[in-house]
Design a binder for this molecule. Sequence first.
Ligand SMILES: [Zn+2]
Ligand SMILES: [Zn+2]
Length: 355
Amino acid sequence: MSTEGNTSNVDIIKCETCGADLVFDPGKGVLACPYCSNAVKIAVEASQERDYFAYENFGGTESFGINFKCPNCNADVVFEKETAGQCPFCGATCVLEKSAMPGIKPDSVLPFSVDKGGASESGKKWIKKRWFAPSAAKKAFSIDNMNGVYAPCFSFTADTFSDYQGRLGEHYTVMVGSGKNRHPETRTRWFTVSGVYSMLLRDIVIESSSHLDQKQMDKIGPFDIPNSVGFKKDFLAGFSAERHNETIKQCFGIAKQKMTSQIRAGILSKYRYDVVDYLNINTTYNTVRFRHILLPLWVCAFRFKQKVFNFFVNGRTGKAAGKYPISPVRVAFAVIGGLAVVAGAVFLILKMMAS
Ligand SMILES: [Zn+2]
Ligand SMILES: [Zn+2]
């Protein structure tokens, strides 16, 4: 029986036909029964933004599922149901924590669209393209363990007003000397700048996971944030989510650095200059809005010569990145190859100078 016309609510987690637990199906974007053909559509809602300043020093507990703490790697993991699942990061069995965990609940989620099979294919393609990975590792590659986890992040949108003052320089060339010594010389014409600058910065995304850093996030990114939808527990069925690790205030601090460099670039784009002596910017953040977003991530592990290597796959694009074994022989070849190129270049230059 197919109930495709039905829409789910938080309470429909079981299959109406056979009583099994429904799981989120990334390929179809529905809650599907693993045993019969039953599928339930998820009523998608738009995601809402909140006022940052009202939450800047938030110390409460907003719950959105059942909280678990991994005894092995310390991750705070949220599951949709009350059975202890596997820790998505280290594979250990999570122990149920009865107490609520501090933090903000998600406003938005970017649902998985790459399923387990797709993620595993991406992993195979990724390791094949790693030039430094030993051939034996590529041949023996098989994924040991993979878990779909929603990684927490904060997205900020800010209306900013800045005043600035600075000193920029433009290069020009003059001819100096006389006779045989006459030659061009580069000089700098300095000028001061000052003014005001308004800029609206949208969707600056900062990760707040304890198991993923911004660099790894940037490597498997980008994520199509504008396609995120309002958070519903349904998207967690069969998956898990990590509780945010850094506070919203810490994340906004990092977002501000990113915003400052965009504001700086915006101000400088108004001028013709070659060098910046200094540029002081004083920014006021008038309105700041945020969304706590969950991003889909496949956390995968494979084994090579008794060692475990972890890598991540973007649950929207299939882009993979992470750790892999390095072949010393291949590195040596690359170094020798690099030296040969340098030696060749030196040889050519010497030859040119000699002629
Ligand atoms: Zn069923
Ligand atoms: Zn763990």
